[in-house]
Ligand binder design. Sequence first.
Ligand SMILES: NC(=O)c1ccc[n+]([C@@H]2O[C@H](COP(=O)([O-])OP(=O)(O)OC[C@H]3O[C@@H](n4cnc5c(N)ncnc54)[C@H](OP(=O)(O)O)[C@@H]3O)[C@@H](O)[C@H]2O)c1
Length: 380
Amino acid sequence: MKVAVLGYGTVGKGVYEMVRSAPGLECGPVLVLPHECTEPFMVTDIEDIVSDGSVDAVVEAMGGVEPAASFAEKVIRSGKHFVTSNKAMVAEKGIELADLAREKGKAFLFSAACGGGVPILHNLSVAVKSDRITGIRGILNGTTNYILDAMQSEGMGFDEALARAKALGYAEADPSADLSGMDSFRKILLACAVAYGRQPSSAKDVEGIYEFTAKDAQVINGRGGAVRLIASGGLNENGSVYAFVEPVIFFDGMEKSVRKNFNCVSYTGERAGLITLFGQGAGRYPTASAVLRDLTGIMDGTLEMMPHGCVRTEERNLPQRRYLVRCDSDMASRFSATEEWHREADTVWIITDLVPAEEMHDKVRSIRKEGRNVFFASVE
Ligand SMILES: NC(=O)c1ccc[n+]([C@@H]2O[C@H](COP(=O)([O-])OP(=O)(O)OC[C@H]3O[C@@H](n4cnc5c(N)ncnc54)[C@H](OP(=O)(O)O)[C@@H]3O)[C@@H](O)[C@H]2O)c1
């Protein structure tokens, strides 16, 4: 199978290199921007790939929604398989592209878009054929895990930990999608699409790590807990599907032991029980290995991950959680607190009653609109 690659950056180079030595695969042209066109195998016009009858499959590793989505459409319409690592594009256009690929009898696969080298989407797409998945959750962003770990185990401040993550290549120049929780959210909604055929699209329940401070780390560590940024998705008893992202405090369990920039994600099958996957969620070769998994899957006859009839939904029926809230003491009465963990000057760290997660996200959003700072994390 001859494979063309769109984009020759971190992932694209890894894919090209791996395709070169993979049995049954052969390298086709690589699409680059004109200023990067330095090798004979490179082209700068997508039409050179779309019209090349010898190319069987195209891997997209450029990033961004456009022109990636338009290129995907052209490629699939031309009768070629399409594989991508681009979560932003799949989150926005995946359902339509999967329908088009199904109509054309071609593949639309995106293992690398969630979990990098960790085969969560691949496993879910296989598991749903024989089991009912009741929940999915985990650490899906290595950058934020690295920062949280550095702050909690080495006592670093947020800015220092972020600078270290950038120096090590774990954080991008613009890390806002990671720090805001949006990167984790895009990944969990892809997992929901694969597991449930419903893709939650309300991004109202997405909390990142911007508000987490060295003092919060100290207070939580003092209680024996550790904070991780957790993306959760699941199926309610009424059949609705939810997805949300927030910091979670663990006192034990697998997630607490996940250090540095690793990912760890679990899903629960009604029959299989809890399955946990751990590994590198990013990086050239882990991510390229997920792309290669899709390419070899195509050779074995796997053409889809997004189930037929998948739809976007606006449901926000989230589970109830207890929360640690750090706020100014004059705001504490806005939360129904059961316990005070710590008090310092005008700041309190309190534990709330059980509340629906969407209620907590809404409340904190409205408090922040008043210009006040609040950190919250659910308590496991
Ligand atoms: N890096 C990871 O570990 C990782 C893990 C999982 C998923 N992903 C996803 O994989 C995708 C690629 O990530 P990456 O880290 O490899 O990014 P990257 O290093 O920035 O590589 C993207 C490459 O595509 C090029 N490009 C952009 N627009 C193009 C166009 N219209 N035509 C041809 N080339 C174009 C870029 O050129 P310029 O630099 O000149 O703009 C760059 O060389 C993203 O969607 C990302 O979210 C990455």
